[in-house]
Write a protein that binds this ligand. Structure first.
Ligand code: DQA
Length: 148
């Protein structure tokens, strides 16, 4: 059993990037906490960040060969722009939660639309890095529930 966590562009800058919006946690710290949480539940968790749209698309394509049970994705700016990443995630059909650190609905109008939300099982936004942890908790419970 395995969870894939995908992070879009500029999230490699977490910790230094606009902390008033995105907090002071680094991506490495966040990923480590998520991996520990999954490991404690006996589930694998891989994280992948890219600034390049095609790399994220191709990472999703790898799920055809090497399936995941659940995806947690913060598409970052691609949330508002990427039909390609939306189509990739629709193609693999893996259930996913969309996460945003900031409350995108309290920010500029161009952040209010997402190409992912209508496909997502759920959306978490505005809760900072904790949002990823709640999403991983949900994924773990769901995977365990399916195991019966
Ligand atoms: C973000 C919100 C997006 O609008 C923005 O482009 C990001 C990060 C968030 O986590 O709050 O890069 O997805």
């Amino acid at each position: 059993k395995r969870i894939l966590v995908l992070h879009g562009p500029n999230l490699n800058l977490l910790g230094v990037r606009e902390p008033e919006h995105y907090g002071r946690d680094t991506l490495e710290n966040i990923n480590q906490r998520l991996a520990d949480k999954a490991q404690n539940a006996g589930i694998g968790l891989d994280s992948f960040q890219s600034n390049i749209e095609g790399e994220l698309v191709e990472k999703v394509h790898t799920l055809f060969q090497h399936p995941a049970d659940f995806i947690i994705i913060n598409p970052a700016a691609f949330t508002h722009t990427s039909v390609a990443l939306r189509d990739a995630i629709a193609a693999v059909k893996t259930p996913f939660i969309e996460v945003h650190l900031s409350n995108v609905h309290a920010r500029e109008a161009f952040r209010h639309h997402s190409y992912f939300s209508d496909l997502a099982l759920g959306v978490v936004c505005g809760l900072g890095a904790a949002g990823y942890e709640y999403a991983v908790d949900f994924a773990i419970n769901r995977i365990k529930g399916q195991q019966g």
